[in-house]
Design a protein around this ligand. Structure first.
Ligand code: GCU
Length: 354
């Protein structure tokens, strides 16, 4: 028996002017309203787009032990009135391509083992990685003097939005590489990196598949549905105020007054592919709340006639971006991009009462 309350989530289908969505053609306008409600208030808005982005190849070498892949180091250069740059690393399988891509921003954590890498490549995908903390350090920077911040004076975006912006700049580069299948780019991240990958996917329609692992509060979680021992708005803004927009903390204790919940972010991915992977023992990341946002967003996918494009997957165990989580994403990609039979079930409700 549940001992906590499920509060009604803000409606995804009613426009701000009170009109109801009638047909799938109405969705782009409602999607934009969802983004307008959540991105400025929660994340402080996105950093500005640069005038141009270019990729500079710095080095290429062969890596035999990893499926004979090519390892390419590339500099992503975003041109404002002066250039801002960070590094992007690609492992490309042998053959002419074009290949689907898995783009991960969590290079700072270095949890992608050789075994995971080999599996990504073996299935014919490029593994692209960057280090999101090059764009905004994961430390409190009260005067916004490092990373991307000085390039965007007068802005209020927090670190999660800066990290999402990093995904977008990598997409600028990836979509111009002839060995990349630009229509099959997936983004993924873990935990705070998953909050960023979800935000990146919600706000950029070039991203074919959005995935987030154990992303919890500010990610796939839910402010109106806090499972036992899950991280709350007060917890997260108390410890990581620099991840968010400056006014988000005003809603501590008033979560039901938020004009959105995290299902807005998931729904903004629709009708594109969305997979969230969760761990049942990772209570801090609110796996039960993630089910609530999934169910709510799934209604949009259903309405658009693409229900199979949204998935959620739960495993036993705790907070980690494990081999099993990666294999689930790769399987989902194979199913959606290559039409292979899925191994996993992507809509299991582990909380259903027997
Ligand atoms: C902390 C934080 C979480 C975050 C996690 C992580 O636990 O409270 O919100 O997801 O770090 O990034 O591992």
């Amino acid at each position: 028996m549940s001992t906590y309350t499920v509060r009604a989530l803000p409606d995804l289908f009613t426009f701000r002017d009170g009109a109801r969505i009638q047909r799938s053609g109405d969705w782009p306008r409602r999607r934009q309203e969802l983004l307008d409600a959540i991105v400025p208030l929660e994340y402080g808005g996105l950093p500005p787009k640069p005038h141009t982005t270019r990729g500079e190849e710095l080095h290429t070498s062969a890596v035999r032990r990893l499926e004979s892949a090519h390892y390419i180091t590339c500099r992503v250069v975003a041109e404002f009135d002066r250039p801002f740059s960070f590094l992007l690393y690609l492992l490309v399988p042998p053959g002419p391509g074009p290949f689907p891509v898995v783009l991960n921003g969590d290079a700072c954590w270095s949890y992608v083992t050789d075994e995971i890498t080999a599996e990504v490549l073996r299935r014919g995908n490029i593994l692209a990685q960057f280090n999101r903390v090059e764009i905004a350090a994961d430390v409190r920077d009260a005067d916004r003097s490092s990373g991307l911040y000085p390039f965007a004076a007068g802005t209020t975006f927090g670190a999660l939005a800066a990290w999402a912006w990093g995904y977008h700049r990598c997409i600028d580069v990836l979509t111009n590489l002839e060995f990349v299948n630009a229509a099959q780019i997936a983004v993924v991240g873990h935990s705070r990196g998953g909050k960023a990958s979800l935000l990146a996917g919600a706000t950029d329609e070039r991203i074919a598949l959005t995935s987030a692992n154990d992303s919890g509060c500010g990610g796939a979680g839910c402010y109106r549905f806090q499972g036992p021992n899950s991280e709350t708005l007060a917890d997260i803004v108390g410890r990581f105020p620099y991840w968010f927009g400056p006014s988000f903390g005003d809603y501590i204790g008033r979560e039901t007054e938020l004009p959105f919940d995290q299902h807005f972010l998931k729904a903004a991915v629709a009708p594109r592919l969305l997979l969230t992977t969760e761990a049942l023992g990772d209570l801090w990341a609110n796996p039960t709340g993630a089910w609530q946002t999934h169910e709510a967003a799934r209604e949009v996918y259903r309405f658009l006639g693409v229900e199979a494009r949204i998935g959620i997957w739960y495993r036993e165990g705790g907070h980690a971006h494990s081999q099993a989580d990666w294999e689930t994403l790769l399987d989902f990609m194979d199913w959606q991009f290559r039409g292979t039979q899925p191994i996993f079930q992507y809509d299991q409700n582990p909380f259903a009462e027997a």
